[in-house]
Design a protein around this ligand. Structure first.
Ligand SMILES: [Zn+2]
Length: 316
């Protein structure tokens, strides 16, 4: 079974946001209440060490003079290197931004529909999307082979392969290898808020989310996005119809992630921040040239028609 629980649990969690009240109905490690990714995925080492994997948010702290004080519980004493330094600080900084609020119930917001309302139809669509995703959520050699037959330049394919294998040198990954890092180094330098994991850089960072929103608008696709990279890949490439469109979507997925990684490096190592518009323009121009190089779909469109919204409609 896919990492992340049963099918029912996964399709549901992929499509909800938790708005924290008192924290009595929200599972600390399991539900996505601090950011869009459950903490068990963002902090797997701490999840492994926690005393109770099923604990509610309200059970891991107390009120003191109107202030919420976190009291996390572990199966054993943490070692100094676990307690001090970047890792614990990152966890605390993520959860400290979303304190429980006394006297209000936790709320779950359904993202399967634009207006947040839950209906059988949106639930069905979400299950279908999730089923596609679950089927391939554990990336094996067969799925990895899909990376190599994508019409994209070599660097972008290598980038995708490394993302899928979680081999990106993100600071979160370096932290797992016990390279000593400061909290600042471990934090994403696009939003300056969350720990920098591959899932965050490529998917759940608010800036990356806006990039994906724009990419979907360009394609003319409206759909909730899975919260894990592997699921996102599989769901994204099946958003159109036919083999040619699937190839195009694979190329766009790889191009987008490759450019997000390049911009992350320019920003981190050269101090050059990036904008959503510049990333989107580069994606459109690159895919235009890849289409000429790899003959993905028909080439009859002008660049202005190519780069305006609802491209998939024009290619049907
Ligand atoms: Zn970020």
């Amino acid at each position: 079974m896919a990492k992340g629980g049963s099918l029912e649990e996964r399709w549901f969690l992929d499509n909800i946001k938790c708005k924290l009240g008192e924290g009595k109905q929200t599972k600390f490690w399991i539900h996505p209440w601090a950011g869009t990714t459950p903490l068990r995925f963002t902090f797997p080492r701490f999840f492994h060490l926690c005393e109770n994997k099923d604990v509610n948010v309200s059970d891991l702290g107390r009120w003191e003079n109107g202030r919420w004080i976190w009291e996390l519980k572990w199966r054993r004493e943490l070692f100094d290197w676990e307690r001090g330094g970047g890792a614990t600080n990152s966890l605390l900084s993520v959860i400290s931004d979303v304190c429980p609020s006394a006297g209000t119930d936790d709320q779950w917001i359904w993202c399967g529909a634009k207006d947040g309302s839950f209906s059988t139809k949106t639930a069905y669509m979400a299950i279908k999307a999730s089923r596609n995703a679950i089927a391939l959520a554990v990336i094996n050699e067969k799925e990895l082979a899909m990376v190599w037959d994508t019409p994209a330049i070599h660097k972008a394919r290598v980038n995708a392969w490394r993302i899928m294998r979680n081999r990106m040198p993100t600071y979160n990954n370096l932290g797992k290898r016990s390279v000593p890092l400061t909290t600042e180094e471990m934090t994403c330098n696009a939003c300056f808020h969350s720990p920098e994991s591959a899932n965050h850089i490529f998917l759940s960072c608010p800036k990356s989310e806006r990039v994906w929103d724009e990419v979907q608008r360009w394609m003319g696709i409206t759909s909730a996005r899975p919260r894990l990279i592997a699921s996102h890949f599989v769901t994204f490439i099946h958003m159109g119809r036919g083999k040619r469109i699937e190839k195009l979507l694979k190329a766009i997925w790889m191009c987008t992630n490759w450019i997000l990684w390049k911009r992350r490096n320019e920003s981190r190592f050269e101090g050059r921040p990036w904008t959503i518009n510049s990333v989107i323009s580069e994606i459109k121009a690159r895919i235009w040239s890849w289409n000429y190089e790899f003959c993905i779909v028909e080439k009859g469109l002008s660049f202005s028609s190519w780069s305006s919204n609802d491209l998939l409609l024009k290619l049907m």
